[in-house]
Design a protein around this ligand. Structure first.
Ligand code: NAD
Length: 409
């Protein structure tokens, strides 16, 4: 039984706690967070996934678990990783480290996260749940024989959209790393790449050749939305971020030279029932589609009954309405791949290995995300085979992330 300690006790820590209900061989043993640790500990106890100790320091958490899961915001990645490293240097031993997406806000920070993580002397996992979504992994399994005879997929379209994040720090490009491209584009690029990667090859097998991106601030820079954000402490007239992003990557199979493409589309203006993951992938003579909002379940709440509704986000992530005909997704933690990513990571850690996706894979996704911002800024296709471009990306901080998004949006 591996003991898991969570850094952060917010939205995603609750989602992962629900996932742990469906995972064997792990218990939640410790929580450390600036806010919400007591509530998460109670939530975990109610779920029956452990009786976590609420810790006062990162060192105390590290001393009370085997696996540290970093579920805190992007802007404290390095600070918390350094504290974990200090605790290990002081004598604590870990069997695994988990880091939520994105690995970091930019490549320089990503390199530092990896340096600190590798210094812990334990395996690691980069949590990108969408690659583990049963609706994608099962499609690939069903299509394996067809793929073997016809060849790999050549085009994937991958989209994640909702009406906007839950906490103000996500909207602030200087703290989060950007707008929707940094927050959700990282998912869609990874999921799309997974679909076009030939069966049996590692998730970083394909060589990215070029990237082209277009971003815009379409909704949240206008009234009344901009004023709503200002009330939450985020001023898009001064430090705007993109709420729309469209990225296309060309990838090369290093063995055959065959080119495939991924289109990643993301927005924070999906004024619809709630979060939607929409994917299509096309191979020679076959295809796969997935739509997370096509649930077999629904509920209806009349106007007269609406006052009695429980939190509508209990039925669907980023739910936007609490009455009328609503989509109900019975097991979101499973649908979105959280359960499967835990199973993969814990099995790997027990064997002393990195998970299917490790932090170096997370670095690849951060690099592609940075290249997308660079493409939008320079208004041109970025050649990822160019040594000069690769060098520039190592220290590149997008204008949007610098708080200068007004120049490019
Ligand atoms: N896989 C997914 O689909 C998914 C979904 C949501 C969030 N995430 C990622 O998970 C991470 C957390 O997101 P969230 O939505 O849970 O955020 P959140 O704001 O809801 O919760 C953050 C938690 O971290 C705590 N925290 C903040 N600063 C801290 C510090 N210095 N030390 C200790 N704790 C601190 C907060 O008190 C809070 O408990 C982010 O990196 C985000 O990108 C991933």
């Amino acid at each position: 039984m591996l003991k898991v300690g969570m850094l952060g006790a917010g939205f995603v820590a609750h989602f992962h706690s629900r996932a742990l209900e469906s995972v064997r061989g792990a218990e939640l043993s410790a929580v450390y967070a600036l806010k919400g640790a007591e509530e998460l500990a109670q939530f975990a106890q109610n779920l029956g996934i452990g009786r976590p100790k609420v810790c006062k320091t990162v060192a105390e958490l590290v001393g009370n678990c085997d696996v540290v899961a970093n579920f805190a915001p992007n802007y404290v990645r390095i600070e918390l990783m350094a504290a974990v490293a200090d605790a290990v240097r002081a004598g604590a031993a870990l069997k695994g480290l988990i880091c939520e997406k994105p690995l970091a806000r930019n490549l320089a920070e990503g390199n530092e996260v990896i340096r600190l993580a590798r210094g812990l002397g334990c395996p690691n996992a980069y949590f990108e749940n969408q690659i583990h979504m049963p609706m994608l992994t099962e499609a690939r399994r069903q299509l394996a024989a067809v793929e073997k005879s016809m060849g790999a997929m050549h085009l994937a379209r991958s989209a994640e959209e909702h009406g906007g994040p839950h906490e103000p720090w996500f909207w602030d490009p200087t703290r989060q790393g950007g707008g929707v491209c940094c927050d959700m584009g990282c998912h869609s690029l990874a999921a799309g790449m997974f679909m076009v990667t030939p069966a049996g090859q590692s998730p970083d097998y394909l060589t990215p050749v070029s990237i082209n991106a277009n971003m815009a601030l379409l909704k949240w820079g206008k009234e009344p939305w901009i004023s709503q954000l200002r009330k939450r402490g985020v001023d898009y007239s001064k430090t705007p971020a993109e709420d729309y992003s469209h990225v296309t990557i060309a990838l090369k199979d290093p063995r055959t030279g065959v080119i495939s493409r991924v289109e990643a589309a993301n927005s924070w203006m999906y004024d619809a029932p709630g979060l939607r993951l929409l994917m299509e992938a096309f191979g020679p003579g076959y295809s796969a589609t997935a739509n997370s909002l096509q649930s077999p379940a629904g509920i209806f709440i009349s106007d007269s009954a609406a006052a009695a509704v429980a939190d509508s986000e209990l039925a669907l992530e980023k739910s936007q309405a609490s009455r009328g005909a609503l989509v109900l997704v019975p097991h979101e933690a499973d649908l979105y791949g959280y359960c499967a990513e835990w199973r993969d990571a814990l099995r790997a850690f027990e064997a002393g290995k990195d998970a299917m996706l490790n932090l170096e894979y997370g670095r690849l996704i951060t690099k592609l995300t940075m290249a997308a911002y660079m493409s939008h800024e320079k208004r041109k296709t970025i050649d990822l085979t160019d040594a000069g471009v690769n060098k520039e990306l190592e220290t590149y901080i997008p204008l949007i992330q610098q708080g200068k998004g007004g120049q490019v949006l």
